[in-house]
Ligand binder design. Structure first.
Ligand code: ATP
Length: 662
């Protein structure tokens, strides 16, 4: 049942609601300027540092309390927070209590850096804490404090593995504090979800959460405003309220915030209805595929792999219309003909097997590009899924009708209060502020980093790159050091795996095809001589614990084998080693044939590579070019996100207009 939560104090709730997409260029720039000027006030670390001393004073007092005295302290604090809301005095007491309980239950007391991170996210910021600084433990401070005050809390992260792991590891803290904690993962029934969302603190993935929200919005139809909900309750219409899963959107702590709030925000989330049985569609899709195969690249269409874009040429449009002429009743109307053949071209040229999707049990399964995981039960829209099925000769599924859709941007802006954390936010600070009104606070590390960066090496061909990677792995493996190799796609991970097998190097593979024993693979990855090849699945959030002898031999070595579409994602992989002041090293091995490079500067690079310049200088210059290509891609993606938000808002306006009843 929908319950109004105990609200956070107004000062905490006041976040500017910016909506850039209804503004002109001048306004946008003035907001950017305002964001820049207001940053020092809104995100100053010093304002949080002043809380440290009182928290430590209170911590010392708590250390001497018996378990029974801690129980009474919890009861008293809860009741005060519930009655008074979250004042600074109670915030200090709550943080000190959570710290003390974490020490007693997990043997880990929050470091000062974690207290600062907790304070920053509690006050509606993104806490930028370096990789491995212990964000999982940090989140307990804000989550428990808000939950004590009666505010339902969602701790949101990017995948089921991290959600379940974080909730399980932190459960003893919440349970000792008398708070209930639940986990939402794929495959739960609506009733199970309803029960879990009723708990004080809920760990969930962004996708599960948004889909549950969309399902609730279908139940509510046009009664989504809170006044409507109150009216329904007054009318005694419990049925509609009891049909909801969520208790509203109150306080969300977003872990891996740059990934959840930005990287994933390029694709809207859509709820589909039942399948539409349309026998004649099969023939139409096959015809579209045949026509697409008949068209010639460069003459009829242009493919830009880097931006993942296809365009018709003038000749191409004319050819499509010519080829579709007289094909049947579906093929009337220029826009429809061009769109379906366009989707077929997209299926043929932009979607690659074992990178964007897998074939499992004769079905096309989408691989999430950001997390490297298979997204069960998800399909692409507007015939694209069916066209990929035709391309791969799989059994054709029926298209589905769209019932509800939303972008991540619009969804997260619905929360009363939003905070987050990540290891990599500095590049996207302006976007986080513009879209969500979230300032970034950089939190210093607890201990200085001991990560050794071994630089970049670039081979002319992919073949030579993989040879170099395999040689490097063999060398480190023989020294008994664990190695983690990050690859861009399932296909690349399998290719390297075959090479290592030929060299007789034992290793473990973590990709979308082999995700059954993820926790076991991660648990072994820090053992002496253990070699792990992983796609993006291990790129974020995974905590590889090192065995004692490994720390002495130099720690975990990480190899990046292809640049990702954002330097933040590369830094996340780098962050798997040398965590919490441990030893560790990081190396980048690339080739001129990597997609990001070959698309951006193919001819220039090849000529440049042949120049007779010292190899160190050449590598340096090539690295600069690569980062430029990456920056360009980041800018393209930011534009796509802005475009999606604009579309989403336009659609919302249209929908609200069409849903009004006269
Ligand atoms: N206060 C603490 N005392 C001792 N160990 C800690 C403390 N906080 C965290 N750790 C340890 O630090 C390691 C890293 O923690 P965690 O995985 O939460 O980091 P993270 O910041 O989320 O990393 P990433 O950015 O990669 O997601 C874990 O092994 C955890 O047990």
């Amino acid at each position: 049942m929908y319950k109004r939560p105990q609200r956070l104090p107004q000062s905490v709730l006041e976040r500017p609601q910016l909506n850039l997409h209804k503004q002109g260029r001048m306004e946008r720039w003035s907001h950017r300027l305002a964001a820049f000027l207001s940053r020092p006030f809104r995100s100053s670390l010093s304002s949080y540092k002043r809380f440290l001393r009182p928290i430590h004073r209170e911590s010392i007092r708590l250390e001497s309390l018996t378990e029974a005295e801690i129980d009474s302290y919890i009861a008293e604090l809860r009741s005060e927070l519930f009655k008074q809301g979250i004042t600074n005095r109670l915030l200090v007491r709550s943080f000190a209590l959570v710290r003390e309980v974490a020490g007693r239950t997990l043997g880990m007391k929050h470091f000062d850096s974690q207290l600062l991170g907790g304070l920053a996210m509690f006050h509606g910021n993104i806490a930028e804490m370096h990789t491995g600084e212990g964000k999982t433990l940090t989140a307990t401070l804000s989550a428990a404090t808000a939950a004590f005050a009666g505010v339902p809390v969602h701790v949101v992260t990017v995948n089921d593995y991290l959600t379940a792991r974080d909730a399980e590891e932190m459960a003893p803290v919440y349970e000792r504090l008398g708070l209930s904690v639940g986990v939402i993962v794929h495959g739960l029934s609506p009733q199970e979800r309803r029960e879990i969302y009723a708990k004080d603190v809920v760990y969930c993935t962004n996708k599960e959460l948004v889909f549950d929200y969309l399902k609730d919005s279908i139940v509510l139809e046009d009664k989504q405003h809170k006044l409507h909900l109150h009216a329904e309750r007054l009318k005694g219409n419990q049925q509609i309220l009891e049909g909801l899963m969520l208790r509203g959107l109150h306080f969300a702590i977003v872990d891996e915030a740059d990934s959840v709030l930005l990287d994933e925000a390029r694709t809207p989330l859509i709820i589909s209805g039942p399948e539409i049985e349309q026998e004649e569609q099969r023939e139409v899709y096959q015809q579209a595929m045949d026509i697409a195969q008949e068209l010639e690249a460069e003459t009829h269409y242009l493919v830009n792999q880097r931006e993942r874009r296809i365009e018709y040429t003038e000749d191409g449009e004319a050819r499509v219309l010519q080829l579709t002429d007289g094909l049947g009743p579906f093929w009337v109307g220029r826009v429809r003909c061009l769109e379906l053949v366009f989707q077929a071209l997209t299926a043929l040229h932009l979607f690659i097997r074992d990178k964007h999707y897998l074939i499992k049990d004769d079905k096309v399964m989408i691989v999430d590009e950001h997390t490297g995981r298979v997204m069960e039960d998800r399909t692409w829209e507007r015939g694209l899924h069916q066209l990929i099925e035709i391309k791969e000769r799989c059994e054709l599924s029926n298209p589905r009708e769209t019932l509800a859709r939303i972008s991540f941007q619009n969804f997260f802006r619905f929360y009363h209060h939003l905070g987050g954390m990540t290891g990599t936010a500095k590049e996207v600070m302006p976007e986080l502020w513009q879209v969500y009104g979230l300032p970034v606070v950089n939190i210093p590390t607890n201990k200085p980093s001991r990560r050794k960066k071994l630089g970049v090496s670039i081979s002319p061909t992919e073949h030579e790159k993989w040879q170099k990677v395999a040689e490097g792995v063999r060398h480190l493996h023989s020294q008994g050091r664990p190695v983690l190799v990050g690859t861009h796609s399932v296909a690349a991970s399998e290719h390297l795996s075959e090479r290592l097998l030929k060299l007789g190097i034992e290793h473990q593979l973590l990709n979308a095809k082999q995700d059954q024993s993820e926790a076991d693979i991660v648990a072994r990855a820090g053992e002496p001589g253990c070699v792990t090849i992983a796609t993006n699945m291990a790129g974020r959030g995974t905590d590889i614990k090192l065995s004692v002898d490994v720390e002495a031999s130099g720690g975990l070595h990480v190899i990046l084998t292809e640049l990702h579409e954002a330097s933040r994602i590369d830094r996340q992989l780098e962050g798997r080693c040398a965590r919490q002041g441990d030893q560790g090293s990081f190396e980048v091995i690339l080739s001129l044939e990597d997609t990001i490079l070959s698309e951006a500067f193919s001819d220039l690079l090849k000529r440049f590579f042949a120049w007779p310049v010292p190899s160190a200088l050449r590598t340096r210059l090539l690295s600069i070019l690569m980062r430029r290509a990456q920056k360009q891609l980041e800018a393209d993606h930011a534009r796509m996100r802005a475009e999606l938000l604009k579309q989403d808002e336009r659609q919302r306006e249209i929908l609200s207009f069409t849903s009004s009843k006269i």
